[in-house]
Design a protein around this ligand. Sequence first.
Ligand code: ATP
Ligand code: MG
Length: 427
Amino acid sequence: MSLLTQAPKGTQDILPGQSEKWQMIESVLRDEASLRGFSEIRTPVFEHTELFSRSVGETTDVVQKEMYTFLDKGGRSVTLRPEGTAGAIRAVLEHSLDNAALPVKISYITSCYRYEKPQAGRYREFHQFGVEMIGTNEPAADAEIICLADSIFRRLGVRNLSLEINSIGCPTCRREYSQALREYFRAHYDELCETCRGRLEKNPMRILDCKSPVCSAIAKGAPKNLDYLCEDCRAHFEGVKKYLDAAGIEYKINPSIVRGLDYYTNTVFEFVSNDLGAQSTVCGGGRYNGLCEEMGGKSLPALGFGLGLERLLLILEAQGIELPGKRETELYIASIGEAASLAAFRLKNALQECGVAAQCDLSGRGLKAQMKYADKLGAAFTLVLGDDEIAAGKGELKNMKTGEKTGISLGETFTSEFAAASSGRIL
Ligand code: ATP
Ligand code: MG
């Protein structure tokens, strides 16, 4: 296939018929977010490269291998956002949103870009729904964002998800833990992959997130974060569990969750599904108490999550959950001749103004071809207008399912008569 008619590898077109599913999911996401006081933020698709290398972390897979980075015509290095948090927090700090009452609660639905090996559930352009809460260190806040994700899944009817949580502590307990990890991994140095050998001294926790089968097998026996938490971090984690219990949310503690981005502290969590194959995480998030300060702002505790929309759709499809397709055409008005064509156009507009999905011929087709088209649209009703109908000011509405016909006036009462004849389908 020619390059001109083929989308770049790892990208997907969202076509008519499919986009309606996205819109429905997006409306649920927006509604659940606003219900809990999260307001939408929209940030640029590209940012200064440094924003991501500093926040996501130089030693992460995302920064080392996956970013779409290029020089613009002014010679500045810019990067297509690989995730949503860094840009959102940059915007919060730039516009001093943190001067308002805390916590600041924001959400977004955004495209992300990562140069990855494309496969089911893993793309180079993908979409995330994300939320961020800035300015609270209370365990209730951790539970709140987990509840938000949970209620989204429940509202969409998703089954068999498991919530896995862990705490990776603060920089103080991290130091001791990193030391323990270094000692452990040093003993396996020769078996580690090239990248992980590089990570050993700089950022040994990253080895826990390595996707190579050898490294992940070694990582299974590594010391556990939870055993190295300081008193405050332990109490925080206990608090999160209490709030989740209070909300009736089931969770498993999974000490091997560390998340792929460096900015995380304390609580980390993932919603995992068996319906996704190798890419089993549909939603991942946690706290990032050091990020605002790292980015040059005040020291503000914060937290959030990212939920992959392609993966969510894969789960919904795998579970046979019905989602809307194209909007049904309620009425197709066919016409023969110019006067009827004008009348059809006028009546169609009148219906559309009342919120009825009506259509008429826009292609200069003959009657037979128009009826074929109406059939393809799956129109619930049809109406055929010709010189006789125009002269009489009356037509016949046909219910395409039952074949039943009803007389209808083409005058002032047209829309209300259609409402009545379509028995409450509309208006
Ligand atoms: P993974 O371990 O699967 O690579 P990740 O830890 O890199 O995921 P995050 O950075 O936490 O993922 O992003 C949050 C969510 O975004 C993921 O849980 C997933 O649903 C989605 N996601 C991440 N990378 C991709 C991708 N390349 N294609 C599609 N969805 C993705
Ligand atoms: Mg990844």
